[in-house]
Ligand binder design. Sequence first.
Ligand code: BGC
Length: 446
Amino acid sequence: MRMHRAWILGLLAAFTFPSDAMSDARPPRHSASGGLRVDNPYAGSTGYVNPEWSAKARAEPGGERISNIPTAIWIDRIAAIEGTPDSQSNGPMGVRDHLDAAVASGAGYIQFVIYNLPGRDCAALASNGELGPEDLRRYESEYIDPIARIMSAPKYRSLRIVNIIEIDSLPNLITNLNVPQCARMKSNGGYVEGVTYALKTLGALPNVYNYVDAGHHGWLGWDNNFGPAAELFAEVGRAAGMDNVHGFITNTANYSALEEPYFDADTRIGGRLIRESRWGDWNPYVDELSFAQAFRARLISLGFDANLGMLIDTSRNGWGGPERPTAPGMAESLDTFVDQSRIDRRIHVGNWCNQAGAGLGERPAASPAPGIDAYVWIKPPGESDGSSRLLPNDDGKGFDRMCDPSYGGNERNGNSRTGALADTPISGAWSSGQFRELMQNAHPPL
Ligand code: BGC
C-alpha cells in the first residue's frame, strides 16, 4: 500500500464569461491596503488574450478555433518582467506591455503566473529556474518587487489582476522531502518565505487576486497529504495575511480529469471499492472537482475566508477523442473495470509531462460549480512540459526523464512508463504536435 507517499505530479480579442449575478452579489472582500475586491474576479468579466500565445495558436491548422481564449502569462524569469525576445517560452512583451494591451483591449481581468522561486521545481528537472536555492533575497528584490511596482500603476487599477502563485512549490514540501533539493528548500525556508513575500507584496495592491497553487487530486488527495498540505497553507496564510490569499488553484499544468463520470472512490465493483484498485491506490478522490471542493472546505475550516475561491486549470484535462469511454465498463474485476471506465487515460496518475492522448478540457468559465471561481487555462496549450531528451539550452531547463517516452518511471509514478509524447522541446517552448493532438482530443469537442 502506498498511502504514505504521493505523486508529484505536477490578439487583443476578448472573451467574456457569462456574468454571474449570484457571485457578484456576494459581499466584497477587503485587501490589506483597504481596497475592496469583488468576490469572484472572473464573474461578468472579460479575459485578456495573450497575443503572443494567440499568434502561435492561430498559426496551427484549426488553431483559430481557440486562439481567442484567455491563457495565463508566465513570468518565469527576471528577464520576462521586461520581455525576453531570446527565450523559448516568452516573447518580447513584458509585464507592462501585457497590462497596457489588456487595458487597450477593454479586458476586465488578466492572469499571470508568478514562477521563479529560488531552487524552483525541486522534485523535477524540466522546469528548474534561474535562481539558486539560496537566492531568496534576489527573488524578493529583483523579481517580486519590480512586478509589484509595475502592477501598482494607477492606470491598471480598473483591471482585475489574477496572480497564480508558485506552482508545485508548497506541495513539494509535503510529499517530496526525500528529494535533497526539496529538503533543502524546506530547511532554508526559501519556498515558504518566498511565497509569503509574494502574497504580501502583491496582495497589498487593491486590484490583485492571489491564488496559491494546491497541486491536484493525484498529489495531495491522500489523507496523509491532504491534511498536512492544508495546515502548511494555513501557516503561510497567517504569515502573509489571510486577506492576501484570494483562493487556490488545482491541476495547474496537469492532466487530472475534472470529473470521472462513471465512478468515485467509494463505488463498489464485485464488493470492492474503486479506491482499492491499482489506479485508485487508496486515494479518496478520483477527480479534480471533488478534490478542489473538499480541499476548499478544509482550508476554510483552518481560517481562510468563507468565500475562498478555487480555480481549476482545465487547459489539458479533456481526455476526449475515440479512446474516451462513453459508458461504465462491463468487467467484473476491479482493475479491469476501472481501466475500461476512466476518462483519465494516463498510465499512472503521477505522470505529468506532455501526456500522449490528452485533449483540451472545459473552456474557461466563471462560477461553474459551487466554490469554484472559474475553470481557467493557465498552462497555455501547445507549450511543452519538458524535452523528451537532453537539449542544451540557455533557459536553465534540465532534462527530466519523466518527459522521455522510453523511461520506466520512478517512485513518484509507481515506476510506470511515462506516457510522454516523443520529440518535444524544452518546457515552455512550442510543440505543434502536442497542440494538434490537444485540439483533436478536446472534450468538450471543438
Ligand atoms: C516552464 C515555463 C513556461 C511555462 C508555461 C513551465 O513548465 O518552465 O518556462 O513559461 O511552463 O508554458
